[in-house]
Design a protein around this ligand. Structure first.
Ligand SMILES: C[S@@+](CC[C@H](N)C(=O)[O-])C[C@H]1O[C@@H](n2cnc3c(N)ncnc32)[C@H](O)[C@@H]1O
Length: 252
């Protein structure tokens, strides 16, 4: 995961600085990479200017920068991988907290909304992240998720991936104290203007680092994921949930 999330994030920031700032958002969306998906999440969560949005597992900050630009929210990024966090700060000047989602160093009920995009499918202990997000949200606050969901338990998932099934995801949200309001499969279609910029950054990173062991590792992880998507074993789901009034149920 360090190869995929940290090394590649640092190389991406370097490539964006070379190619120009208009490449930053498409290149720094790792896991969501679609304006339609981000717009659906922002509208579903009813985000508006000035909202404090916590982006848990923000990576190099593309989604948070996109929603700040289009909806005027004030994002705070939480990211455990140091180079990814540095890339987000460098590319977008957004505040980054270097921490994992299992222990969020923020006061209870201190943020208006939270996103957690492409993260739950990469961690084993999903419940403690969701409970921490629940703790820091104000009452009734929205949560936007992007999760790679398996149609049945996946044998030999790529290293560092722990895809939940739909039933597991629903139970996790409920146990953590969230109501699932709405869910859709990620909308298809990404404008050429977006993919062209993301592809230019990928090509430059490849030209510079293709011989680096971390690059080959990240590439192998990606091709196994593509195989699972092609076979329809996994799909990308967008979810809008809301912090419930009642306290989270305790799981024994
Ligand atoms: C697929 S990337 C998605 C990045 C970003 N959310 C996006 O959509 O572009 C997953 C991110 O989750 C982060 N991550 C991994 N474990 C985490 C944890 N325990 N808590 C918070 N973030 C975590 C990784 O470092 C990585 O940046």
């Amino acid at each position: 995961m360090v190869a995929e999330f940290d090394d590649v994030a640092a190389w991406t920031a370097e490539a964006v600085e070379h190619l120009g700032g208009e490449h930053a958002i498409p290149a720094a969306c790792r896991g969501s990479s679609s304006p339609a998906a981000l717009a659906w999440l922002a509208e579903a969560c009813e985000l508006s200017a000035g909202d404090r949005l916590l982006d848990v597992g923000a990576g190099s900050g593309g989604p948070a920068a996109w929603v700040a630009k289009h909806f005027g929210v004030k994002p705070v990024l939480l990211e455990p991988m140091p180079a990814a966090g540095r890339a987000a700060a460098r590319l977008f000047g957004l505040p980054v907290v270097a921490a994992a989602g299992h222990q969020i160093p923020l006061r209870s009920e201190s943020v208006d909304a939270a996103w957690c995009l492409g993260v739950l499918c990469t961690v084993e202990d999903k419940l403690s992240i969701l409970r921490e997000i629940h703790r820091v949200l104000v009452p009734d606050a929205p949560l936007g998720l992007l999760v790679v969901v398996a149609d049945h338990p996946v044998l030999r998932p790529p290293d560092g991936n722990y895809f939940p099934t739909q039933d597991e995801l629903v139970a996790l949200l409920n146990d953590a104290g969230f109501d699932l309001i709405e869910q859709i499969e990620r909308p298809a279609g990404v404008p050429l203007s977006w993919t062209r910029r993301a592809d230019a950054v990928t090509a430059l990173v490849q030209a510079r680092y293709r011989r680096h062991p971390a690059y080959s590792l990240a590439l192998r992880q990606g091709s196994r994921l593509t195989q699972l998507f092609d076979r329809k074993n996994i799909s990308v789901q967008l979810i809008h949930a809301v912090k419930m009034q009642r306290p989270a149920q305790l799981v024994t």
